[in-house]
Design a protein around this ligand. Sequence first.
Ligand code: UDP
Length: 323
Amino acid sequence: MRILVTGGAGYIGSVCTELLCDRGHEVTVYDSLARGHRSAVDPRAGFIHGQPFEPGHIAAAFQRVQPEAVLHFAGDILVGESMQHPGRYFRNNVACSLEFLEAARACGVRKFIFSSTAATYGLPEQVPITEETPQRPVNPYGEAKLMFERILLWYHRIHGLEFVAFRYFNAAGATEQHGEDHRPETHLIPNVLKVALGQQPHVEIYGTDYPTPDGTCIRDYIHVVDLVEAHLLALQPGICGFYNLGNGDGYSVREVIATCERVTGRRIPALARPRRPGDPPRLVASAQKAMRELGWKPRFPKLEDIVATAWAWHQKHPEGYPD
Ligand code: UDP
């Protein structure tokens, strides 16, 4: 298929571009490089340096590429930042996403796949979280993603545009070529591995007084390749709707650190710090719907295996991407 990948210079988008190229799809990446890395874009893919706020730029890119499907990864991803700069999140994750969607509709795109998030659920009353769990976001990041989910539903009802919105839990891990390089890095596993690499003296644990067995937050970590695999399955015609993507296993921050110590064979000192605003205590997915309807099955469900691939990538690229 001819596929446009927005945010294809970012973490998940770069892995997705790699896997799409492996399967012989014709891929063009649209990325502003505000957060992504040019060298993370698979050389087999075309590249458009996005200027999403320049009027007509997105529409012109779509006219040029004439994609059959769009995978929309571009967007801001930090809960904490969204609590400080909500406008940025509504502008980039809602207004800009709408530009992409409008351009897709105008070009007759058949499928629009969107990166949504577990943050749309807010503070769920029970885990595991299913797609029917009420969505009550507690930060502008989750709110903006939910707003765009609603927009997709209306475009489907009114224009018949087929969409899939994947609610990601915690993506981690790497392929040989593509891994996680956010600047600044705020995510747990890369931060822990920086300590293992000797680049940081210790990792900070944000909150040790949560109502969980060891007092630290519990998350559901999913291998980025498994996550991307669900997107490839969702390209099939007839697949439309909302799907959680996680493994269904929860690991606390302390358990993640202990796993990283085992995988790397290095000691990782940790310091307790206050809670980070906006962090729910426990997020664990039920991804039964994706398994049932997409035939999706995670290949790397074990945290050890996820961390091992991330560790291999960070050892090979200790400074991250060159540009
Ligand atoms: N976390 C932490 N130290 C760090 C980074 C993250 O204790 O250096 C915690 C964070 O508070 C959360 C969990 O680890 O409870 C996962 O955070 P991450 O930012 O990786 O993903 P999120 O769940 O926010 O999407």
